[in-house]
Design a protein around this ligand. Structure first.
Ligand code: ADP
Length: 834
């Protein structure tokens, strides 16, 4: 190899070496460029990633956070900050990455930060130096930064983005270069676009939500219209039905296909009494006005129902009438209930009126009072009194002495939680002297918390009742004083048999009884009293119970032995007083009959003595009369003998005749006395006998007494058999018929005596009638007396009718007479049947 070659080679080598070096420098450059490009690519990739992630973002918060994170990555800064401002809504937001937390919330201090951003012109990138950053307190720690402000005036959005590097970490970060600036510009523009997009998206979303909501609302409404219990009709502007809900079909019985296209009035028939309401409906619809009416319609089956109808005309946004919507409700039940309430109210009013009850009703909300006519009369309410003036008017009616207490009571009641209150007070009307008593019943209607909603009051005039009560009270006092002053001892038990009253006569003798007041009669049997044995108490309780059970007065005698061994008797009446079946009270009346008992004993022994004497007298009379008759009959015999003597001197004959008459009269008297004595002494003996036969026998005996033929008759009802004392009956009739003959009218040609027997289920009545001389009215009351004689036309003893009276009494009957002087007499014997 030559040197030239070597040199050449050397040169070539050096050149090559140089070229290699150059190449390697270029390669180095290329590699560096490659790296830079790679790095930029990475940054763009990050930007692209941010883009795609941000597109999915649904909230400003998320987007903001994503943006600050991306800024740190692509700007390769230590910290990043984004402020978002929307002046229209006043929204300001701050997002940050790598910055202490306290910055994140907008505060007063942040306002300086927001203001700081406003200093920079929009859409340009500014590199920040330490001197600028120092102006803001929060940014003091930073050495350098980069800032851009972007805005969209149409959307009204302002955004500020800032990348920051602190003094501390400054050496670790490289300086900003133009590539980064471009990237930052792209990023910030992208972020603005994304924010606007998100804002619009959110707005659309909101609108969609609203649409959705109103759709739901519509669905709900149509569901309500469908399912609601009310009947709904939608008609076109002619009133022709377009749609009805199920409830309408159910209520009316008409199927949809039958009625679509028809007007309701074409098929829903009305009751005649609904005409006036219907006219109101027609008028309103003609004027396209809303209307509410109540009609009586008929279902398809002809069943009437009360239809509450509300019709609303519907207009489109241009004001054209498009539809009628009618909401109807079957209110038959409500109407019935309302009518029932009205009926009850009416009845209640009638009752109030009939019972003279004044009624008022006060409403808390309106402070107004209503009242009925009865109250108007009771209080003299003037016709024109305003409903709010009732209370002061009423207050004035209350008697001045009762006013304060009555008003206070009313107020206390209102404050309480009571449901009703009853009280009495006096009223004295203006210019009226009279005081009247009123009883009031107040009823309150309250909220659950007890606040008054309504007060209803009834006023009953109880003046008469009050006066009656006062009278009753006076009467009670009067009777109490009567009871107290009564010598007999009295206990009054109430209806529950509790001792209600003991009079002073009893308390004077037994003061311990005072402790019994209020106690039940059954308790008294457990209590021991001085001088009052327990057995007597028990007996009293038993007698009270018997009297109440039997509902009648019971008497019994109580015997007490006093400490000095004296026996005292007390007659006790137990009188239960009932009204209907309700026991009211029991009066126990005790009378000391010890003296009476003593007297009774004396009377009984005296009576026995008298009886004995009487019997002896009777015997004596009988014996004397009997004994006197024997010599009398001898005299009579002797007189008859003298009469039989021939040639009797006329004078002597006359004397003898006088003796005969006297003897006969004496005999009559003795016989009558014997008759009387027999009636008194002998027992009554009853037997069955024929009265007709007896009377005819008497007629026979008397036939010859009269100088003229007398008509003597007996009449019965087909049966003349009676049961009585035969002997006494004969004496009785003999006397009465005998008198009829004796006292016949001698100037009459046809004297009569007529006997008649009548019988009832209880009595035998024998009537003896004559047409004799009759009895003077002044004699009538005396003819039954012993020895009374009222006539001289015949001889007599004056004993006959006296004996007759005695006999009828003994036969358990009465003897009566009707007579007229000069006309005749009628005697009645009326006997109780045996
Ligand atoms: P007496 O016939 O013995 O006088 P009575 O006791 O039988 O006594 O009658 C009393 C009186 O009643 C008679 O005196 C007579 O005045 C009057 N009297 C009784 N019965 C009749 C009679 N049927 N008609 C008229 N007067 C009579």
């Amino acid at each position: 190899m030559n040197s030239n070659n070597a040199i050449g080679l050397q040169q070539a080598y050096e050149q090559l070496q140089l070229r290699v070096t150059r190449f390697s420098a270029t390669e180095q450059k290329l590699i560096a460029a490659q790296d830079r490009l790679d790095h930029e690519l990475t940054l763009y990739k990050r930007l692209s990633e941010f883009n795609s992630k941000a597109l999915q973002s649904t909230s400003l918060e998320h987007l903001g956070q994503l943006a600050v994170e991306t800024m740190v990555d692509i700007l390769e800064v230590e910290a990043s900050l984004i402020v978002f401002m929307h002046p229209e809504t006043g929204i300001q937001k701050l997002f940050s990455e790598g910055i202490p937390l306290q910055f994140q919330k907008p505060s007063k201090k942040n306002t300086a930060l927001f203001r700081f951003f406003k200093e920079f012109p929009p859409h340009s990138i500014t590199l920040l130096e330490d001197s600028q950053l120092r102006k803001v307190e929060k940014l003091k720690a930073y050495d350098r930064g980069v800032i851009t402000v972007i805005e969209d005036t149409l959307a009204g959005i302002h955004i500020g983005c800032m990348g920051l590097i602190s003094k501390q970490k400054s050496p670790l970060f490289s300086a900003f270069n133009p590539t980064l600036e471009t990237l930052f510009q792209i990023f910030s523009q992208q972020f603005l676009a994304l924010t606007i997009r998100l804002q619009q998206h959110l707005k659309i979303q909101h609108q969609l939500d609203e649409i959705n909501n109103s759709k739901m609302e519509l669905t709900k409404l149509s569901l309500i219209a469908k399912k609601i219990n009310n009947n709904v009709i939608i008609a076109n502007h002619h009133g022709e039905i377009e749609w009805v809900n199920d409830s309408f079909v159910k209520t009316t019985g008409y199927q949809r296909k039958e009625i679509i296209g028809k007007k309701p009035k074409d098929f829903l028939k009305r009751a005649p009494q609904s005409e006036a309401e219907h006219k109101r409906l027609v008028d309103a619809l003609r004027d396209k006005k809303s209307v509410a009416v109540e009609l009586i319609n008929y279902t398809k089956n002809g069943k009437p129902y009360h239809n509450q109808i509300e019709i609303i005309p519907v207009f489109d946004p241009l004001g054209n009438h498009t539809n009628f919507i009618s909401i109807q409700k079957d209110i038959t039940k409500e109407v019935q209930a309302r009518n029932e309430i009205l009926r009850i109210n009416k009845r209640f009013e009638t009752i109030a009126e009939k019972a003279q009850i004044g009624i008022w009703e006060w409403e808390a909300e309106s402070q107004k009072t209503q009242w009925n006519t009865i109250l108007e009369l009771q209080l003299g309410i003037p016709r024109n009194l305003a409903p709010v003036d009732f209370y002061p008017f009423w207050k004035n009616c209350v008697h001045s002495e009762d006013r304060n207490s009555t008003v206070e009571r009313l107020h206390n009641f209102m404050r309480s939680n009571e449901s009703h209150l009853e009280y009495e007070y006096r009223i004295q009307l203006k210019n009226a002297k009279e005081i009247r008593y009123v009883k009031t019943l107040l009823i309150a209607e309250r909220t659950p918390e007890g606040k008054i909603i309504k007060l209803i009051g009834s006023n009953l005039d109880i003046t008469e009742k009050h006066e009656a009560e006062m009278q009753l009270d006076a009467l009670k006092k009067y009777y109490e004083s009567l009871f107290n002053h009564s010598p007999s001892q009295k206990i009054v038990l109430d209806k529950n048999l509790n001792v209600a009253f003991i009079n002073e006569s009893l308390l004077k003798v037994q003061p311990d009884w005072e402790t019994f007041i209020g106690k039940n009669i059954s308790e008294l049997t457990q209590l021991r009293l001085k001088r009052h044995p327990l057995k007597n108490m028990r007996r009293m309780a038993q007698k009270v119970s018997d009297a109440v059970d039997l509902k009648k007065l019971i008497h019994y005698t109580d015997v007490i032995t006093t400490p000095n061994q004296k026996t005292c008797y007390r007659l006790i009446d137990v009188f239960p007083y009932f009204i209907g079946d309700q026991l009211q009270y029991v009066i126990i009346n005790g009378v000391d009959i010890s003296e009476l008992k003593k007297t009774q004993k004396t009377i009984v022994s005296k009576n026995q003595e008298l009886q004995k004497l009487n019997n002896e007298l009777d015997n004596f009379v009988y014996r004397v009369s009997h004994d006197l008759r024997a010599p009398l009959l001898s005299i009579k015999g002797l007189v008859n003998l003298i009469f039989a003597t021939e040639n009797l001197e006329p004078n002597l004959k006359e004397y003898i005749q006088l003796i005969d008459v006297s003897v006969a009269r004496l005999d009559d008297t003795i016989q009558e006395i014997l008759e009387f004595s027999r009636n008194a002494r002998l027992d009554v003996t009853y037997e069955h006998f024929n009265l007709k036969e007896m009377i005819h026998g008497i007629f026979e005996d008397l036939k010859y007494v009269s100088d003229v033929q007398m008509e003597m008759t007996f009449q019965d009802n087909g049966n003349a058999w009676i049961t009585s004392d035969r002997y006494r009956m004969a004496t009785l009739l003999k006397n009465i018929i005998g008198n009829a003959v004796k006292y016949r009218n001698r100037s009459l040609p046809n004297p009569f005596v007529r006997c008649k027997l009548t019988e009832t289920s209880q009595k035998i009545i024998i009537e003896v009638e004559d047409n004799g001389e009759g009895i003077a009215p002044e004699h009538l009351p005396k003819i039954f007396r012993m020895f009374f004689r009222g006539s001289n036309s015949a001889v007599g003893t004056g004993l006959g009718l006296f004996i007759c009276k005695e006999i009828t009494q003994k036969l358990d009957g009465v003897l009566d007479v009707y007579s007229e002087l000069g006309k005749g007499s009628r005697f009645f014997i009326s006997l109780n049947k045996k």
